[in-house]
Design a protein around this ligand. Sequence first.
Ligand SMILES: Nc1ncnc2c1ncn2[C@@H]1O[C@H](COP(=O)(O)OP(=O)(O)OP(=O)(O)O)[C@@H](O)[C@H]1O
Length: 261
Amino acid sequence: MSAVIEVRGLRNQFGRQVVHEALELNLLQGEILGVVGGSGTGKSVLLRTLVGLNRPQAGSVRLFGQDLLALPSGPRQALARRLGVLFQQGALFSSLTVSENIELPLIEHAGLSRPDARRLAALKIALAGLPAAAGAKYPSQLSGGMVKRAALARALALDPAILLLDEPTAGLDPISAAAFDQLLLTLRDALGLTVFMVTHDLDTLHAISDRIAVLAGGRVLVSGQLAEVVATDDPWIRDYFQGPRGRAAAGAQPSTRTPQP
Ligand SMILES: Nc1ncnc2c1ncn2[C@@H]1O[C@H](COP(=O)(O)OP(=O)(O)OP(=O)(O)O)[C@@H](O)[C@H]1O
């Protein structure tokens, strides 16, 4: 399977703090990759680097074979538009309705007229599993789960090839989180998306990830299918996957899962 994102020799440093050192990662076409690691291991910084919001000190990020960091700003922004991002807090504009939040990139980047953008926004709202009436609401009028779906609808606005999600189920109750997991799986299958998902949610990892990458010590300690990762001899991995919550998540999963495309 081909890699749609290839990270090589990545170094990120803030002052004296080295967050990533010689980090290597592949995101494979059509997969859902779960990215885990202890707090502060640089998962969000990695996501921000992949979408061009953080410039690393060294290394390369190839998106669809093109070196993101070497491109001039115009082509770099065009390339980055093939990525849909769901940030940790949703990051919707609070002064705009849900529909207006989705219309904005359609008008700014795709050059659509306001009426066309509104029609397309309504489709994205439905795609994210929200009722049509949610379009006229402001983010503050939505539940946490609805905010996540609205942010997902916006991330899907420009028909991205890759979705990057920062803790998509954080703060959701278990039923809403499980519904969100299933939505991601459905969208991946229906739209042929590739998904990079930072998460602490063990249930999500078990339910929908095809592969898992574990960040530790500034690099990807291991990446592979769940069984391979769980078998890695590392204290953090053992505590994380085989602690009480890890065992509960493993026990809660049905024995069959949608196979990887
Ligand atoms: N712009 C920045 N300036 C300085 N330090 C930063 C910046 N962005 C991130 N950091 C630092 O980099 C480290 C990694 O941050 P990051 O948010 O990527 O961690 P994380 O793995 O996503 O953590 P969590 O699981 O708690 O969300 C942290 O110590 C953070 O303080």
